[in-house]
Design a protein around this ligand. Structure first.
Ligand code: PEP
Ligand code: MG
Length: 539
């Protein structure tokens, strides 16, 4: 195949070269076609089940290191399910008795078992419905030759689009770059790419069916293109540029350990955003002064059940301990809209971004919220914790949150458990919260402006909708004015104000943010040193 060059929209300006991994999620049509040799089909399915078990084994090992034994245990359950006699008998009987093809037999069995689990009274058994679908889907993917997301060697991921639950399962040390056919510059894949300092393109019209895993490619986020099967000359040129980028990075490294302060002495707290415990490594590597946004929802994604209090406590404790006395701001569950957690089984909505999400779920499912607050208060003793709440629109929500926190505190005290009250703040990411900032500032210690959502709700532009990129103006004066209003209101009532949305890392706005008097910027780890450089150069 000759060299192919496809233009895309840059999400992160970096360049990388390596083999590709094509994640073609085109639904494979499963038919009820019969097979002639039933024993050969039984053997094919048996082999696929063994491969699926091996894949799950790898996921178990990975989860054990990253999220601890309790979370990893679900993969052991998955392996056991694939050894369950009733499950296997059902599949093999369908093949032997009805000459059914393997994919169809696995699907039918998975669906039937899932329905049986779902109809049980016991909550634990009910939750297994999603697991049986998960394992059956995995076996079908093996049977149909679809790639698994677990990576064997460092690769450039090429996909139609990626959901947060898919990326959360990937071994990040093996991702060289992302190229997606869909997705917007503001999607969570984009956020992940910026965090990892790797090139990424979205809205890239590649034909997935024409590509093959293992093919060589160059993702060039600087010129906004991906090149498949590059010629020797193009490879040489790319390698020179990759080396130059590395050199630039090395220069920035000299800013490690330096203060983030302007020439006239204005200090800004420069923190980093993370989405999982393992991301702390990037925070420390880039010398951020704290964590300004820990998106805790990663704990809830890509799994069929809710994380327990102890599991969450262990995860938060790990982050706090790793950060020592540096500030760690953990945001409570922000699920819904583009981030779906199986365990909450949220209904499909007409307008998910305007729907049942974030604090709205927490305040109406107090048991889910209280479990997280208990874990946070208990973990707080291990470091310098702040907690913040997403998607606030009204002061009563903050009052209600405070009631829940007080209840949790009383419970912990009564149980004699060790805990600490963290600093508490809210995200300002709805126009309503900006307009109510004076009142809200009196109820909290700090504001963190979520410009991703604030921009989407202010401009009435869905942050995921690539068709609207023309209208999406990240520097829209309406948004900048709102940021200024928020800073003024916060400062008037003793609340400090930061930005944790992507705009905080926009180098064209750094000077403006200094003038507005923002106290903190929380950016992708890869942006920490470039922003520190700009601030140190400012007057
Ligand atoms: C935001 O909305 O700006 C934000 C930081 O939150 P998220 O991107 O997770 O919605
Ligand atoms: Mg948000």
């Amino acid at each position: 195949m000759a060299m192919i060059n496809v233009k895309g929209k840059t999400v992160y300006k970096a360049i990388a070269r390596g083999p590709i991994l094509v994640m073609d999620k085109q639904e494979v049509a499963i038919t009820d076609a019969t097979v002639a040799d039933v024993e050969a089909e039984v053997a094919r399915v048996t082999e696929a089940i063994e491969i699926a078990k091996a894949q799950i084994g790898k996921l178990y090992e990975k989860a054990l290191v990253e999220v601890g034994e309790e979370s990893a245990a679900i993969f052991e359950v998955h392996q056991m399910m694939l050894e369950d006699e009733e499950y296997l008998d059902s599949i093999f009987n369908m093949i032997r008795d009805d000459s059914m093809n393997g994919e169809f037999a696995v699907k039918m069995t998975g669906d039937t078992f899932s329905q049986i689990f779902a109809s049980m009274d016991d909550d634990y058994m009910k939750a297994r419905a999603a697991d049986v679908l998960d394992i059956s889907g995995r076996v079908i993917r093996v049977l149909t030759g679809q790639a698994d997301v677990s990576l064997d060697s460092a690769s450039i991921i090429i996909a139609d689009d990626l959901s947060p639950s898919e990326t959360v399962q990937m071994d990040k040390s093996k991702i060289l770059g992302f190229v997606t056919v869909h997705g917007s510059t503001n999607s969570h894949t984009a956020i992940l790419a910026r965090m990892m300092n790797i090139p990424a393109l979205v809205m890239t019209p590649v034909e997935l069916s024409e590509l093959e895993t293992g093919m060589e490619a160059i993702v060039d986020g600087i010129n906004g293109e991906v090149i498949f099967n590059p010629t020797e000359e193009v490879v040489k040129e790319a390698d020179i540029r990759i080396a130059a980028e590395l050199e630039k990075r090395r220069m920035l490294e000299t800013l490690k350990g330096q203060e983030t302060v302007t020439k006239s002495g204005q200090h800004v707290h420069l923190y980093a955003n993370i989405g999982s415990v393992e991301d702390v490594e990037y925070v420390l590597e880039n010398d951020a002064e704290g964590i300004g946004l820990f998106r805790s929802e990663f704990l809830y994604l890509g799994r069929p059940d809710l994380p327990t209090e102890d599991e969450q406590y262990e995860a938060y404790k790990k982050v706090l301990t790793a950060m020592g006395d540096k500030k760690v701001i953990i945001r409570t569950l922000d699920i819904g809209a583009d981030k779906q957690a199986e365990s909450l089984a949220l209904d499909k909505e007409e307008n998910p971004a305007l729907g049942y999400r974030a604090i709205r779920i927490c305040l109406t499912q107090p048991e889910v919220f209280k479990t997280q607050i208990r874990a946070l208060l208990r973990a707080a003793v291990h470091g310098n914790l702040s907690v913040m709440y997403p998607m606030i629109i009204s002061p009563w929500e903050v009052e209600k949150i405070k009631e829940v926190v007080a209840e949790v505190e009383a419970e912990l005290k009564a149980e004699g458990l060790e805990y600490k009250m963290p600093e508490q703040g809210i995200m300002i990411e709805t126009p309503a919260s900006v307009m109510m900032a004076e009142e809200l500032a009196q109820l909290v210690d700090f504001f963190s402006i979520g410009t991703n959502d604030l921009t989407q709700y202010t401009l009435a532009i869905d942050r995921q909708n690539e068709k609207l990129d023309l209208f999406y103006d990240a520097h829209h004066p309406a948004v900048l004015r709102m940021i200024e209003m928020t800073v003024k209101a916060g400062h008037a009532h003793g609340a400090w104000v930061g930005i944790c949305g992507e705009l905080g890392a926009d180098q064209e706005l750094t000077q403006k943010f200094l003038e507005m008097g923002l106290d903190e910027l929380s950016v992708a780890p890869s942006s920490v040193l470039p922003i520190r450089k700009l601030i140190r150069e400012a007057e």
